[in-house]
Design a protein around this ligand. Structure first.
Ligand code: GLU
Length: 416
């Protein structure tokens, strides 16, 4: 079986498998295969040298049966509409598996933020809101950070949107800086939620996390906090990490805090202390207990799934594993914590942020983290039970839980 690498075709085929398993009615199945709404925009942006660059962007609102659509916004040179569609579908399943009163959406702009100055990024962020703002809003569709977008980008977008409305609207976007209505605990929420899942998976597998070895692919927000929280919360030894420049490996383990400081100072993990170099591909195949893909889609495929040695794969990235790889890993007995469960901590704390914005009453970090733990742990076990009931891998189990909830909402609303 060969791998299909178009993320939207992957998302649709995963849904097809779940629909068959659940014997979903044909109309609901067909409805859930497509985004309900999408907007394509063209954005002229003045560059620092006085020239104008034209950028293309998207916002996909996949399904809002359970509430306003919710999901991040990516700035990436290889962004495509099909990637955004897939990510919007996965957001729909993510909010549903956590039982949040939200739908799923996603946005993207084709650009290379690493080659842009802060003021160029600001103008691009504001231009995006001037076009897309008409379909956004706290009760309509709420963006958040994702690959190469930051709390500062969220702040510019909130500001631009607020000028369009005529008053400050903090709840139109999440992942904001704290002084603008951000939530305590949002910064590390994606990784923290993943750590709670690893803790539960390790307990099921009879693996002690204290001293367990872990490799992290990708060293952005999720990867960095996975390294620091993996050590501090779970006592894991972080033996390998990589980013878009390359990777490093030291079986003795790295000081995660020092590694993050080095990455923030130099822009890459490459060159940190005494370590062997590894490629992003080699990192996936290292002999470690826990593998944490925290970069992009399509990393674990039919080509390398067989070579993976980790007992647990905790998907902090969206879409890192293809369907044929899922089957190989399931047959091998690898415990995969699927993306839209494992990385749902981010959107869960985004939801807390929306609640706090609505009430204008802010919670302590402890309250956020404790509630996140409760909700992630409940969702994890709900999926684990479904996996046993249906006799399928965890991703398919998570689909049955999520699709069941979204389908029920569509039906109750009288849509299908
Ligand atoms: N971009 C994150 C995700 O893929 C967070 C989305 C959000 O907070 O709305 O889950």
């Amino acid at each position: 079986m060969t791998d299909e690498l178009n993320p939207f075709e992957i998302a649709q085929s995963q849904l097809d498998t779940a629909a068959e398993l659940m014997q979903l009615e044909p109309a609901i199945h067909e409805f859930l295969r497509w985004p309900v709404r999408e907007l394509h925009v063209t954005l002229p942006v003045r560059m620092d040298d006085g020239t104008t660059e034209i950028y293309h962007g998207f916002r996909v609102q996949y399904n809002d049966a359970r509430g306003p659509t919710k999901g991040g916004l990516r700035f990436h040179p290889h962004e495509t509409i099909d990637t955004v569609r897939a990510l919007a579908a996965w957001m729909t399943w993510k909010t549903a598996v956590l039982d949040l009163p939200l739908g799923g959406g996603k946005g993207g702009v084709i650009c290379n933020p690493k080659a842009m100055s802060p003021s160029e990024l600001e103008r691009l962020s504001r231009a995006y809101i001037r076009q897309v703002g008409r379909i956004l809003g706290e009760d309509m569709d709420v963006p958040a950070p994702d690959v190469y977008t930051t709390p500062q980008v969220m702040a510019w977008m909130m500001d631009e949107f607020s000028f369009m409305r005529g008053y400050t609207v903090p709840g139109m976007i999440t992942g904001k800086p704290l002084p603008l209505g951000g939530s305590a605990g949002r910064g590390d929420a994606t990784a923290r939620g993943g750590m709670f899942c690893i803790r539960e998976a390790a307990a099921l597998k009879g693996l002690k996390t204290e001293g367990a070895t872990a490799a992290v692919q990708g060293f952005g927000n999720a990867g960095q906090y996975a390294a620091t929280l993996g050590s501090s919360l779970l006592g894991m030894r972080i033996v390998a990490v990589s980013d878009s420049q390359g990777g490093i490996y030291n079986p003795a383990g790295f000081d995660a805090e020092a590694l993050v400081a080095y990455k923030l100072r130099t822009g890459s993990v490459v060159g940190f202390e005494a370590a062997d170099t590894v490629t992003n591909t080699e990192l996936l195949e290292l002999d470690v207990d826990v593998l944490i893909p925290a970069a992009l889609e399509n990393q674990i495929t039919a080509v390398n799934a067989n070579k993976i040695k980790a007992q647990i794969i905790a998907e902090l990235a969206n879409g890192p594993t293809t369907p044929p790889a899922d089957e190989i890993l399931y047959d091998k007995g690898t415990y995969v914590i699927p993306d839209f469960l494992c990385n749902a901590g981010g959107v869960t704390v985004s939801y807390f942020e929306q609640v706090q914005n609505a009430y204008k009453f802010y919670w302590s970090e402890k309250r956020v983290n404790d509630l996140l733990d409760e909700m992630m742990t409940a969702a994890f076990h709900c999926v684990a039970v479904a996996a046993t009931e249906y006799g399928v891998h965890n991703r398919m189990a998570a689909y049955t839980v999520a699709v069941g909830r979204v389908a029920e909402a569509c039906k109750l609303r009288g849509w299908v």
